[in-house]
Design a protein around this ligand. Structure first.
Ligand code: SF4
Length: 317
């Protein structure tokens, strides 16, 4: 049984300009110990998906269909109290985008780390011990507990955030662009840390990024989102070696390599408005292979060999 199964998830935001169809019929699964990379451009629905899984949606957001099954339980059906007590930050943790800048500047790291533990009923002294151990497991010393955020470097702050995510020993950690604000060296160190933690704590990750090259360092499986829909889903080996969807192929050809003298290209155009998305295949205005049917009808998710799935009329029999 997969650790996490998402079935047919659709989400809407109500805005003054209209209803934003942020996610439409998204399905995928993550097994224990596995890393799923969720990739796509800004506006593809990646962060919305993460927030739906940990149920931290904005007031104007609504899940209109679908199931999120974690260890066999549909977590969308649980009360907020039960989800908060047993799942959020307990079994499912998240490193939100830009979170290292969200540390409270006037509170010591200790107070920020132990607060969620104390809220769950952990005695203060035990919470301090757990926080100290978590800091050590991310390569920091316990004296960081007594520091204020401004006394730490960007890389140290990101390690604190990761320590906060893993201190309750979750099974799944959702990492939303966890290295985006860091320099290249610090980024490499954080990626190595994530690999080590995955091994030591048998973690599963959902690694959200716009950077396919970075995702390749961790991913066992890849979910490519385009304008709120699944474009392609499958094992990382297959998606990196034989991308099928024209959008995935476009993302791949924009990755520079050291070995090949490859001409880099980019995908022309922009992610469409999700208030009034294009008819048929949402990618058709940017697709070099668009056919008549692509403008008229949405392509189904077609299963190819080895459970590789692609939403594209080019593969319809
Ligand atoms: Fe391109 Fe058509 Fe495939 Fe969409 S369905 S990606 S427009 S070929």
């Amino acid at each position: 049984m997969p650790l996490l199964e998402v079935h047919n998830l659709s989400m809407r935001y109500t805005t003054l300009r209209g209803i934003v169809k942020a996610l439409e019929g998204v399905s995928f699964d993550v097994n224990e110990g596995e890393t799923l990379a969720v990739v796509g451009e800004t506006g593809s629905g990646k962060s919305t998906l993460a927030k739906a899984i940990v149920r931290v949606l904005e007031e104007n957001a609504k899940i209109v269909s679908g199931e999120i099954i974690f260890e066999g339980v549909d977590i969308l059906k649980l009360s907020e109290e039960e989800f908060r007590r047993n799942y959020r930050w307990v079994k499912i943790a998240m490193v939100p985008q830009g979170s290292m800048n969200s540390l409270n500047p006037v509170l010591k790291i200790m107070d920020q780390m132990i607060e969620p533990l104390i809220l769950r009923g952990v005695p203060r002294l035990d919470a301090i011990k757990i926080a100290g151990e978590a800091l050590e497991s991310v390569g920091l010393t316990r004296d960081v507990l007594t520091k204020y955020p401004h006394q730490l470097s960007g890389g140290m702050k990101q390690r604190v955030i990761i320590a906060m995510a893993i201190q309750a020993k979750p099974k799944l950690v959702i990492l939303d662009e966890p290295t985006s604000a860091l320099d290249v060296m610090t980024q490499a160190n954080i990626m190595n840390l994530l690999k080590r933690l995955r091994r030591e704590f048998k973690l599963s990750y959902i690694f959200i990024t716009h950077d396919l090259a970075l995702a390749s360092e961790l991913a066992d499986k890849v979910l490519v989102l385009y304008a709120g829909k699944v474009a392609e889903f499958g094992s990382a080996d297959l998606i990196y070696s034989e991308p099928k969807h024209p959008y995935t192929q476009g993302l791949m050809s924009s990755i520079p390599t050291l070995r090949e003298d490859k001409k880099l290209s980019f995908i022309p155009g922009e992610v469409p408005s999700l208030i009034n998305p294009p008819s048929g295949c949402r990618f058709h205005p940017r697709c070099p292979y668009a056919m008549d049917i692509c403008r008229r009808e949405e392509p189904p998710l077609i299963t190819l060999d080895n459970d590789h799935k692609v939403a594209c009329w080019l593969y319809s029999k």
